[in-house]
Design a protein around this ligand. Structure first.
Ligand SMILES: [Ca+2]
Ligand SMILES: [Ca+2]
Ligand SMILES: [Ca+2]
Ligand SMILES: [Ca+2]
Length: 339
């Protein structure tokens, strides 16, 4: 019986959700949570009829799905993997999709057509010359900025964007960090495993004409996700950097002129270094989870079972009265961990 229960649970865990009613999943969750197969034999025997009655007697709940997979039916067949960036590059009111070298034009919400414009690698949209058209920054290789020409084609800005000091980068963000009205760029530096690592860099935008290096990281950490927000509500964009390889994360506080101070440790968002290491953070997201006007932070950590590796975390921004420190609300949020 012990083996049977375990095998049933494992079978259900491998089964597609659309073919199994929600009732089975509720039961499966319970079996795993309580590890029923580890209970003493006698208790297990007495519980067995209850399980059977539960599965057979309770009316089946319909399988629930919040989303339909329309990838193929809207023409996105062959959609590449990697990093996705939505943006209405041709200004027709329909948001288009760029995914690691593939540009897909949204045809009035009915389908997507693949457009060949010569981009390569992952990228992010931003209007760096303030002409109302979204331009693209791609961070693979030496890095490239492409200027949008009327929503039809793009011009490689060439030397107007300096060569990146990285061989591998996995993330970047646009933001007007020096508050001059032009979008600047923060690029994370990653690694060539195991020995090479590359610095993060900030480029300032000079009047929508060119970019110049403004800052390069001295103490190198292996960055993945980069995300900017004004967490301290002083009017300038601050930056959160998700670092990998059990390294602490950074929260870079802006002085309004793109001079940054890493305040992650004092505000409680560097990770749980008390355990002897930090996390394998991949990406993080800002959002006001509790509608109190202060931007909170979700930190997405990949981790193996050892407890010293940081888990994903919901971090609540305590606001001005508490110097914008963050409090870990992961337990309260019922955040589930899986490897
Ligand atoms: Ca469009
Ligand atoms: Ca533009
Ligand atoms: Ca700027
Ligand atoms: Ca700020």
């Amino acid at each position: 019986m012990r083996m049977l229960l375990k095998q049933v649970a494992e079978f259900l865990a491998r089964t597609e959700s659309s073919s199994v009613s929600r009732k089975w999943y509720v039961m499966l969750d319970y079996m795993f949570a309580k590890r029923l197969w580890d209970l003493p034999e006698l208790l297990l025997l007495s519980l067995f009829p209850v399980l059977i009655v539960g599965l057979v007697g309770v009316p089946s709940l319909p399988a629930q799905s919040a989303f339909d997979d329309v990838t193929d039916s809207v023409g996105l067949t062959g959609l590449g993997g990697g990093v996705a960036a939505w943006g209405d590059y041709n200004g027709d009111g329909w948001v288009d999709l760029y995914v690691s070298g593939q540009l897909w034009r949204n045809e009035k919400g009915k389908r997507f057509d693949k457009v060949d414009v010569g981009f390569s690698g992952p990228g992010i949209w931003g209007d760096f010359d303030n002409d109302g058209l979204l331009d693209l920054f791609c961070w693979s290789g030496k890095g490239k900025v492409f200027r949008n020409l009327g929503g039809e084609s793009f011009e490689d800005m060439g030397d107007a964007f300096p060569d990146l000091p990285t061989q591998v980068s996995l993330g970047a963000t646009w933001g007007d960090f020096n508050s001059d009205g032009f979008l600047d760029i923060y690029v994370g530096g990653y690694e060539v495993w195991p020995s090479q690592e590359f610095p993060d860099v900030i480029y300032l935008n000079e009047g929508g004409k060119r970019f110049v290096e403004h800052w390069k990281q001295q103490t190198i950490r292996r960055a993945r996700g980069i995300t900017a927000a004004d967490y301290d509500r002083d009017g300038d964009l601050d930056i959160y950097v998700s670092n990998y390889r059990l390294q602490p994360n950074s929260l870079l506080q802006n002085d309004g002129q793109a001079n940054f101070l890493n305040v992650a440790k004092e505000l409680g968002v560097d990770g749980d270094g008390e355990l002897g290491a930090w996390g394998h953070t991949i990406g993080s997201a800002w959002g006001d989870f509790d509608n109190d006007g202060n931007l909170d932070l979700f930190v997405g950590n990949f981790s193996h079972p050892p407890a010293y590796q940081d888990r994903p975390a919901f971090l609540k921004n305590l606001g001005e009265a508490q110097a914008f420190k963050f409090s870990d609300q992961s337990k309260l949020a019922g955040l589930h961990w899986q490897e």
